[in-house]
Write a protein that binds this ligand. Structure first.
Ligand code: ACO
Length: 312
């Protein structure tokens, strides 16, 4: 058996904040944001909806889609840099709300690479037969740490959640290869200071272009695959120019890259699973498809996975 995805679910807040709305709030333009980042709009959670609420809604859907109940979940991993509070973890909060008492539960802090870290951690527990079903969640309420007075970061981020139930799938499916890494010396380029996000955009951009390309190419090679085997690339939805760089490195056509940045912006830990959930819901990704996922984030961190969809 291998470790794969049994069910997936997402939640995005109803409120849409467009680039035109931002034009009224700060000195920016739809044109600048679209051409520099690819973002057209993003979702913003209301004051009553915190990170754990979004994580809960996405998880409920993922468990249902997996044909399981919360009692079947052995471990909950929540990737987030915007928990409701430092502790208890979001994982413990949703464990209680879902009714999965007794399962192990913890949060993972690896910023935008968090969901990759979560999936790979889940795989280890499943492969070793320690646990059968692991709920992996990527969730962020970045709007609560966004500095709305800083136009260079405020236009980038959005809120949202997506969750996947991972478990055993038939051989040849699920995660075929992975890579995780970090370079703490780059932490100064992207961090939270007191309540807000601080970023050296140019440095992060340079790092991301290089690392996303290298990691994506590395996992394809590790799995013994070639570019012809790739059905879809899901890069972390940070900036369309960074995403394009990873696509060009893999040398695959434009239509093979999944793109949700235009409607959700950068949702950090949630960005890759949100794009995955969207594509599964829309019928784009089907059983047997080979997906390459690659992310980078504050830390600095990175992670990539090749995943054959289906095989339950
Ligand atoms: N509207 C209009 N002008 C702006 C805006 C804005 N929103 N933001 C910046 N500018 C201006 C700058 O002030 C600058 O003006 P100047 O030339 O007069 O000084 C000009 O636009 C160019 O600014 P740059 O920073 O050079 O623009 P760049 O092309 O590098 O794009 C960006 C900036 C989009 C932030 C880019 O660097 C980037 O995408 N970096 C990576 C960001 C990223 O992926 N971060 C991940 C964070 S996720 C996480 O871990 C939470």
């Amino acid at each position: 058996m291998a470790a794969g995805v049994l069910g997936i679910g997402k939640f995005v807040p109803e409120r849409i904040l467009t680039n035109f709305d931002l034009e009224k709030m700060m000195d920016t333009s739809d044109e600048w944001i679209r051409t520099r980042t690819g973002i057209e709009e993003r979702r913003i959670a209301d004051d009553q909806t915190d990170t754990s609420d979004m994580a809960y809604f996405a998880s409920e859907r993922a468990i249902k889609n997996a044909g399981l109940t919360p009692k079947d979940i052995d471990l909950i991993l929540v990737a987030t840099v915007t928990p409701d509070q430092p502790f208890p973890s979001v994982a413990c909060m949703i464990q209680d709300r879902l009714g999965a008492r007794g399962s192990a539960a913890m949060d993972i802090s690896a910023a935008c690479a968090g969901f990759m870290y979560g999936m790979v951690t889940a795989k280890q527990f499943i492969d070793s037969n320690a646990y059968k079903h692991v709920l992996v969640v990527g969730v962020e309420k970045l709007s609560k740490i966004t500095n709305w007075d800083d136009r260079s970061t405020a236009v980038l981020f959005g809120d949202g959640a997506a969750a996947a139930v991972m478990g055993p799938v038939s051989e040849g499916n699920g995660i075929l290869s992975f890579e995780l890494g970090a370079d703490g010396s780059g932490g100064k380029n992207l961090y939270q200071d007191k309540e807000i996000i601080k970023m050296n955009g140019r440095e992060v951009f340079k790092f991301a272009v290089r690392q996303m390309g290298e990691s994506a190419a590395s996992v394809v090679e590790k799995a013994g695959l070639t570019k012809e085997d790739i059905d879809y690339l899901i890069p972390h939805q940070a900036n369309i120019r960074i995403m394009e760089a990873s696509r060009e490195r893999l040398d695959i056509p434009e239509e093979k890259m999944i793109k949700t940045i235009q409607k959700y912006g950068n949702t950090s830990s949630s960005s890759i699973p949100l794009a995955l959930a969207d594509s599964v819901e829309n019928g784009v990704i089907k059983d047997g498809d080979l997906i390459v996922m690659v992310g980078f984030g504050g830390g600095l961190t990175w992670g990539a996975v090749t995943l054959r969809w289906g095989g339950k």
